[in-house]
Design a binder for this molecule. Structure first.
Ligand code: ASP
Length: 479
């Protein structure tokens, strides 16, 4: 616990430091002779308007400029709007910020490490979660009810998120330049049917290699399910194996996350430095992030205070207030540890002792829920992905938003119950609708605080699920 508090402070300090670093070392654009040569060699091939490109040589050796000024000058020299390819290569070569770049590389290493754990983490988290179900005896009916509750509550959460992010539109007007392939909303345009079609992998190993998350999640669900159908000996072996595998993956992830403060310095500093030449832009960015955090927290509160209590009251006739009081310590633990798994023992004891749910139902639903049922994370995934699209000025059609809803649900199922797992999973959605992965660098600044809120909602929903299912099994409860 102490360590977690420390990480909070470390991250806060890192954010402050990175803002200072970014402001103190704003990015300048200056084309040295050498840069110009590289630029030319990149552009030359197949360039029809070569004459015009050569005029950009006049930029070489001039003073450093802010991005806006540099581009304005380049456009004047080019005597026409710069073609995308030329603009990209020009900006890339003229980009100068060695200090920030040093930290940015560390940040990139951090993101790489996070990506490294995604596949094995999701695989083991889902398989061990589902396989664990089997060992709880003959729980078919309760199992079915549990899954229906999980799917319903998480989908409801995502819809609340979708509503809030479209209402508040936190990213609109932030106007970050998409670093790469703005034009490529291809996979989203493929349509929903194609995405569903691709969920079944032809070759699971190539799905692993391509980090094809939906296919991997599908395979893991199937694998976990059929472990429960295997002979006792094999079932026991595989369940233990994937439990152990998962434990190791969690430890690795927690280890990587300890580097968050160092990792985020470069990512945030670079975002700030890019905008620092232009204070107005910087203020817009900070404002965008503020609204984004508000949208997430507002939607989480709505789900926790309105949607879930409505389920409690209407379906089970349970007093939401009494249940909330019963769950107080679990919710506080979730909030302060940002980990559903770390909270699990407190959740179980609160649900059993304070809410009066039987060991049979609590012991089955809660451990599974801690990994699979994450309303808060599902909601957050949806808001974050749409915020990133808004910030990069990418319009999402209704069908693309539907894909986001479905992938957010899958991402929340796949997320492990440990701090910042949800952030790692955003890449699943970004890849599914072809949004820039760099968007993660944008939202990382406020992730830690949002993690506390979403984890509390995750645990709250697990506990509501346990109560709803216990009630439907005819149990007498204390709430
Ligand atoms: N920290 C969350 C949890 O443990 C998962 C997440 O990062 O969204 O429930």
């Amino acid at each position: 616990m102490n360590l977690k508090m420390n990480l909070h402070w470390q991250i806060l300090i890192a954010i402050v430091l990175s803002v200072i670093l970014g402001v103190a070392s704003p990015t300048k654009y200056q084309l040295t002779d050498e840069d110009y040569e590289t630029f030319l060699s990149e552009i030359k091939k197949g360039e029809k308007t070569h004459e015009k490109t050569l005029k950009l040589q006049a930029l070489a050796g001039r003073n450093p400029y802010s991005e806006t000024l540099f581009l304005r000058l380049a456009t004047q020299l080019y005597e026409a709007p710069l073609p995308v390819k030329i603009k990209k290569s020009l900006l890339k070569n003229a980009w100068h910020n060695p200090l920030v770049n040093f930290f940015y590389i560390i940040g990139q290493l951090f993101i790489k490490a996070l990506k490294m754990v995604i596949v094995p983490l999701i695989l083991s988290s889902i398989i061990s979660g589902i396989a664990g179900v089997g060992s709880a005896g003959n729980l078919g009916r309760i199992g079915l009810k549990t899954f229906v509750y999980y799917l319903t509550s998480s989908t409801l959460a995502i819809i609340v998120g979708l509503f809030f992010v479209n209402l508040i539109q936190p990213g609109v007007g932030t106007n970050i330049e998409a670093p790469e392939k703005v034009e490529g909303l291809n996979s989203a345009r493929e349509g929903f049917g194609d995405i569903l079609y691709k969920i079944i992998p032809e070759n699971i190993f190539s799905a692993f290699a391509k980090q094809d998350m939906l296919a991997i999640i599908f395979f893991a669900l199937l694998f976990g399910f059929f472990i429960t159908k295997s002979s006792f000996k094999n079932r026991e072996f595989l369940t233990r194996f994937f439990d152990s595998f998962f434990e190791v993956m969690m430890k690795i992830t927690v280890f990587i996350i300890a580097f968050t403060p160092l990792g985020i310095i470069g990512l945030i500093a670079r975002t700030v430095a890019e905008q620092a030449g232009d204070p107005e832009k910087l203020a817009t960015l900070a404002q965008g992030l503020g609204y984004y955090a508000l949208a997430v927290i507002g939607a989480l509160l709505f789900h926790a205070v309105i949607s879930l209590p409505a389920i409690l009251k209407l379906i089970s006739n349970v007093s939401p207030k009494k249940h909330f009081l019963a769950m107080r310590s679990a919710l506080m633990t979730a909030f302060s540890t940002s980990s559903s798994n770390a909270t699990l023992s407190v959740t179980m004891s609160s649900v059993e002792n304070n809410a009066g749910v039987s060991r049979k139902v609590a012991g089955f639903t809660l451990p599974l829920g801690a990994t699979v049922n994450m309303d808060g994370t599902a909601l957050y995934e949806c808001v974050a992905a749409i915020f990133i699209a808004q910030a990069y000025g990418i319009d999402l059609s209704i069908s693309e938003q539907v894909i986001i809803v479905v992938t957010a649900l899958l991402a929340s199922i796949g997320a492990a119950g440990i701090p910042m797992a949800g952030l790692v999973m955003i890449s699943v959605i970004l890849v599914a609708v072809d949004l820039p992965l760099e968007g993660i660098g944008l939202i990382i600044a406020v992730d830690r605080i949002l993690d506390m809120f979403r984890t509390a909602v995750n645990v709250w929903s697990d506990s509501c699920g346990a109560v709803v299912i216990a009630k439907s099994e005819g149990e007498k409860l204390l709430v």
